[in-house]
Design a protein around this ligand. Sequence first.
Ligand code: LLP
Length: 431
Amino acid sequence: MISNNIDVNEKGHLTFQGVDTVDLAQEFGTPLYLIDEDRIEDRCKEYISAISEFLGEGSFPCYAGKALCYTDLYRTLERLGMWIDVVSTGEIYTAKKAGFDLSRAMFHGNNKTDDDIKYAISENVGRFVCDSEDEICAIDEIAKSINKKVKILIRLTPGIDPHTHKAINTGTVESKFGVAIDTGDAEKLIKETLKKENLILMGYHCHIGSQIFEFEPFCEAADKMLTFSKKIKDAYSFEAKEINLGGGMAVPYLESDKKISYRDNIRELGKFIDTLLKKLSLSRPIFYMEPGRSIVADSGMTLYTVGSVKEINGYKNYVSVDGGMADNPRYALYESPYTVINASFADKDKDYLATIGGRCCESGDLIQENVSLAKPKRRDILAVCTTGAYNYSMASNYNRLPKPALVTLKGGKARISVKRETLEDITKCDV
Ligand code: LLP
């Protein structure tokens, strides 16, 4: 199976964390997001221990909530003492509702509004990751007006191309994010920032992209960042205390994808950084990494009920399900690969070739093309694997479809963490 929390039971039904998915579909309805909380906890612990062991004591993972965000999840993250990356007042508010200590939050985004900045300062968010000169001036002004000092990192674009999908590639000079090192803009901005009375510059941040299988691009990024830090130290006597290397480690979506060990990658990155720090004679800063996808993706599965099965003779077979791009827009946006299984007959041969279509009025509303699965019929349950990241968080109400419920599995027990939207929810902001 694509992940070791997926199996088949004696009834031939697919199980997730040992629980029968057909039973779950019956109990909670479909479409249904499932989240394996034990897996999330294991991944967080793997990152916490690898980062402090290989990148130095005090170094820490910041979970990127854009991958998956709901109140219950932040209760777990608070219990584990994780840092978090937040990108909106909505994410800050969700963490706050969970009782998360926001001094361990980093506030990202390339266009924080004045209201966002005021809110985040008033909630004592631990770090602002600043994206531009305009933003730095605005934070300084707002902080001054309420007599506060704000800790910031500056987001740099290191000019690295990690060769991932263009929509999730963010480290090159022309990126909409951050300030480029190569153009000299980063140095100019730091010089100005050091004069700001209400900002405390802690260091630098970069994020080169997402779904990156190799560790070498992360080493390249670390090289660019630390070499830049050395240059700034020599020129302005400012030494970065914190370096955030962003997120981006990949996740296998198909059996044929390379398996990846986050611990091994971080160990290799750590060795590279040790040598670099010596070469540059820099003291060791605190390092942060910001994994999103690699913490939650294989903790997730989506269940659908099959509606119509349409065979267009000589062309293709469509299997339509009761969800689609509204709960998972990733195939429509990036042609993202997924493993799809007929959960009702998971022990049968996967000998039927089909395109899995969603229910939205749009030809591009597909979950996946050309998948092999046991031939489905109306009312069978289909499982789409590895949907923990960027599915629920990117869901919409397109076609006024209510968002699915999200059920958490812990120790083989299921509980609702996010209720299914009702028709009333769909119209609740309408006047
Ligand atoms: N830090 C920053 C500043 C980011 O922008 C991101 C992701 C992350 C961390 C987490 O990256 P991860 O570890 O999850 O790769 N919607 C796209 C992914 C967009 C990623 C945006 N930034 C998708 O569905 O593939």
